[in-house]
Design a protein around this ligand. Sequence first.
Ligand code: ATP
Length: 346
Amino acid sequence: MLHVAIKKSFPHFTLDVAFTIEKGIAGILGSSGCGKSLTLQCIAGLQSPDEGLIRLNERVFFDSSQKINMKTRYRKIGYMFQNYALFPHLTVSQNIAFGLKGKPREEVEQKVATMIEKIKLNGYEHYYPSQLSGGQQQRVALARTLVTEPDVLLLDEPFSALDHHTKQLLEKEFLLFIKENFAGVVLLVTHNMEEAYRLCDQLILYDEGKVVQVGDKQQVLNEPSNAKAAKIVGCKNVWPLDSVAIDEEISCYVNGAKIMVPRKKERAHPRFLGIHSHHIRFVEEQSYNTFDYEIVECVPNMYAHDLTVQTKHFTLHVTVPTNELHAVLSHERKLYLPPDRLFLLS
Ligand SMILES: Nc1ncnc2c1ncn2[C@@H]1O[C@H](COP(=O)(O)OP(=O)(O)OP(=O)(O)O)[C@@H](O)[C@H]1O
């Protein structure tokens, strides 16, 4: 279990975050400059918080109240940087062996050989980083990190330097590799929601140095708790509420339109109503939560179209599978907001 509750202030930025990760891969997700890397640096001991506590299971890395600030080398942390930070003048083997300095030669050789086998780079032992592809460099960086047998793994945007195709291949490989070779907590920083969703079990959403939501990834994606969290997970439809009436169901009023939300979605002091663009439907029958619409813009993507749609009361962003586009464009249907897909936001 990794517990982090820290504050650190700079003249133009304050980090003030708290979260606990029991196990598995947790993703810190947020826009540029929100404090993701700074958090990893504080956990690794590369920066010291002004105050707070960082604890991994029973080991206290940092505790301002007890004046504990454990040196980086005793924290047993595997830290993989954005650009891998491989040493250009060292070979694959030497890069992997780097963290094992001071260990007996035989042990180092055996551990490096095992790692090279695992990352399937046999034959590349004497190559330099510049002679490797981005994907191969990433595997070396991961091997170098894991060979030291860390207790916690910190990964700062591990896929950002790769092209889309390599990234997809490596993500799968990475997940399998981590699951087979590492049992500790993994903290992965990214600003890509889809990557976070594919790789992580839990998500920690950051906004301007603060945690806005922590939870199971499915729950965070489908039930963001506030408007900031909704924006971070990529929700494009967030409307301010005029008013809310709670009865057997919840009647939400948005610019004069009445939208029904199931009672189980009730939240204290709701201020906004949201729905993901891919959850909006077009149906043949008129019922509650259906609206007439005009299409304002239609942007084609590979397998779907992104529409901007105007109803009498509000504007929506809707993702429509290409095979359904014809019916939507010909206005044979009504726009429908499925109640189970709506969420109230504070
Ligand atoms: N040593 C420092 N001195 C002053 N400000 C700092 C220092 N380290 C970090 N910051 C500030 O802290 C803020 C958060 O930086 P951080 O690198 O954690 O952002 P990030 O969320 O990782 O962004 P990105 O996704 O762009 O990498 C920034 O405003 C940065 O300028």
